[in-house]
Design a protein around this ligand. Structure first.
Ligand SMILES: Nc1ncnc2c1ncn2[C@@H]1O[C@H](COP(=O)(O)OP(=O)(O)O)[C@@H](O)[C@H]1O
Ligand SMILES: [Mg+2]
Length: 314
C-alpha cells in the first residue's frame, strides 16, 4: 500500500552556493524551426542557466523571444534543437510528475469537481494509494490555496481566479520537485492577481518549492523572484543577464515600494525591457559570454542607503 508523502516543509536556506545544491541545469539549449524560404530560424540559442533547489526564478522578455518554448523544454513537452537540460542529475527526455506545470489557461477537466480534478492528479502520481488517502491529500492541497468549501463545485461554477487556484492545488498536490508556471496570473484582474501572488509566495516559502516562472509583469517578478532572468528579443534570443533580487526574503507586497533597493531594481528591469532587450544582440557588452551571463545586483540609490541607515539606527 502506498503511503502518501507529506508536503515538504523545510525551505532551503537562501544564498547556498550553487555547487552545493544545484537542482536544474540548462546547458546550451537552442530552438530552431525550418524557415519558409529554406534554412532555419533560431528562436533562441546558447542558453545556459543553473538553478538551486528551493529557488524562485522568473524569466522576463518580450513576446516571441522563446519563453514558453523554454518552459516547455523544462517540462519535457518539447525537445531542444541543441543542448540539454539536467534535472536532479538526469537529462530531461520527457514529461515527469517531478515537474508540475501551471498553465495560463487552467486546463481543468470540466466534468470533474474541484476535488475530482485534484484527486485525479494525485491518483496518477500514487496509483495504488487508497481512495481515502488520495482524497485527504487533495483536500489538503485545496485548503492550501484557500478553496476549502468549494470541493464539490465544477469548473463552470468557478471564477477565473478560483480556477487558477485549482490549477495550483493540482500542481502542489503531487508534491513536485519543481513548479513551472507560464504567465499564470496574466488573465486575472489586478486584485485577484495580487491575492494569488501572495498565496504562491507563501506556499513556496513554506514548502521550499523550486519554481521557474515566466512573467512580463516586472512588479510580479520583483515580488516573487530570488533571481530574474532577462531574455533579449528574438530571433536568436539569449540570456542577457541574471538579476539577483536584493529585497529581503520577508518582503511584503504592500510595502514593497518602500524596501531599500526597490526602485534601483525596478528601473533596471524596465530599462532592459524598453531598450537593452532590443539593442543587446547587435551590441552586447564587452566580454559577454552566454555560458556565464553577467550576474547583476542593482545597487542602492542614495535614498535607499539613507533609508537603510535610518532603519539600522531605529
Ligand atoms: N511550430 C513552430 N514553427 C515555427 N515557429 C514557431 C513554432 N512554434 C513557435 N514558433 C516561434 O517561436 C517563437 C517563440 O515562441 P514562444 O516560445 O511562444 O515565445 P514567448 O513565450 O516568449 O512569447 C515565436 O516567434 C514563434 O513564432
Ligand atoms: Mg509565451
Amino acid at each position: 500500500m502506498a503511503t502518501l508523502l507529506p508536503f515538504r516543509s523545510a525551505p532551503t536556506p537562501p544564498g547556498l552556493p550553487m555547487a552545493d545544491d544545484k537542482y536544474l541545469s540548462i546547458e546550451g539549449i537552442a530552438r530552431r524551426y525550418p524557415a519558409p524560404g529554406g534554412g532555419s530560424t533560431t528562436v533562441f540559442e546558447n542558453l545556459w542557466l543553473p538553478m538551486r533547489r528551493g529557488e524562485f526564478v522568473c524569466m522576463i522578455g518580450h513576446s516571441g523571444c522563446g519563453k514558453t518554448t523554454v518552459l516547455n523544454i523544462l517540462a519535457g513537452l518539447e525537445a531542444p534543437s541543441e543542448g540539454v537540460v539536467i534535472a536532479d542529475g538526469r537529462e530531461i527526455t520527457g514529461p515527469s510528475l517531478d515537474r508540475a506545470v501551471i498553465f495560463q489557461g487552467h486546463a481543468l477537466l470540466p466534468w470533474r469537481t474541484v476535488l475530482g480534478n485534484v484527486a485525479y492528479a494525485v491518483s496518477s502520481r500514487w496509483r495504488s494509494a487508497p481512495r481515502a488517502e488520495v482524497e485527504e491529500r487533495a483536500r489538503r492541497a485545496i485548503a492550501t490555496v484557500g478553496l476549502a468549501g468549494a470541493e464539490h463545485k465544477r469548473p463552470a461554477e468557478l471564477s477565473g481566479g478560483m480556477k487558477q487556484r485549482v490549477g495550483i492545488a493540482r500542481a502542489l498536490a503531487i508534491d513536485p520537485k519543481m513548479l513551472l508556471m507560464d504567465e499564470p496570473f496574466s488573465a486575472l484582474d489586478a486584485l485577484t492577481r495580487g491575492t494569488l501572488q501572495d498565496e504562491v509566495r507563501r506556499i513556496c516559502v513554506e514548502t521550499g518549492q523550486t519554481v521557474f516562472m515566466i512573467t512580463h509583469d516586472v512588479d510580479e517578478a520583483i515580488y516573487l523572484a530570488d533571481r530574474i532572468v532577462l531574455m533579449t528579443n528574438g530571433p536568436q534570443a539569449k540570456v542577457a543577464e541574471i538579476v539577483e533580487n536584493p529585497l529581503p526574503a520577508d518582503r511584503d507586497r504592500a510595502a514593497l515600494h518602500h524596501a531599500p533597493g526597490y526602485y534601483a531594481l525596478r528601473n533596471h528591469l524596465i530599462d532592459f525591457l524598453v531598450t537593452r532587450s532590443r539593442t543587446f544582440r547587435d551590441d552586447p557588452p564587452a566580454g559577454y559570454d552566454p555560458r556565464h551571463p553577467p550576474v547583476v545586483r542593482p545597487t542602492l540609490s542614495d535614498a535607499d542607503a539613507t533609508a537603510i541607515a535610518a532603519a539600522r539606527r531605529a
